[in-house]
Design a protein. Structure first.
Length: 160
């Protein structure tokens, strides 16, 4: 997820984004600062964006100690919003912190799949999964339902 401070009257724009990639030498997860490799503010063909003025305000605090089912934390939050708001799409973004334990996270391969991925099983075989240890600061954006069939309901990044 891009972490960008927009240009203002007194400050230049700042790209503070990090990205994870698979290290081709050892297959491990490697976290890199975007501005050390690139000097732009563009994105590829898909971007999940959360915009904030950075001002204090109301927050939703969710505390969880352990997984109790098959669904991940963000999917549980998304489905709760969908149950409450029905067909009205609700978008949410922000941070969550993993203070203890491990998280199973994925990194997309550097190259897109040569053939269409038509099932969750095919997508999961294509992705690279890693166990990541706390503490983690996770940036996320998700919508309760997909009003235009983009098939991308949630997205989050983790900084270790």
């Amino acid at each position: 997820m891009p972490v960008v401070q927009a240009e203002s009257e007194h400050n230049p724009p700042v790209n503070g984004s990090y990205f994870a990639r698979v290290n081709p030498e050892d297959g491990r997860c490697r976290l890199e600062k975007y501005s050390e490799k690139h000097h732009d503010f563009g994105c590829a063909l898909l971007a999940n964006l959360f915009a904030s003025e950075g001002q204090p305000g109301k927050v939703i605090e969710v505390k969880a100690k352990r997984r109790t089912g098959q669904l991940n934390f963000v999917t549980c939050m998304r489905q709760t919003l969908e149950e409450h708001y029905g067909n009205k799409p609700i978008g949410m973004g922000g941070t969550f912190i993993v203070q203890k334990g491990n998280v199973k996270a994925h990194i997309m391969p550097a190259e897109f799949s040569p053939c269409p991925l038509t099932s969750d099983e095919q997508v999961n075989k294509w992705l690279n999964f890693y166990e990541m240890k706390a503490p983690l600061v996770c940036l996320l954006v998700f919508v309760s339902r997909d009003p235009v069939c983009l098939c991308c309901l949630l997205y989050y990044n983790m900084l270790q």
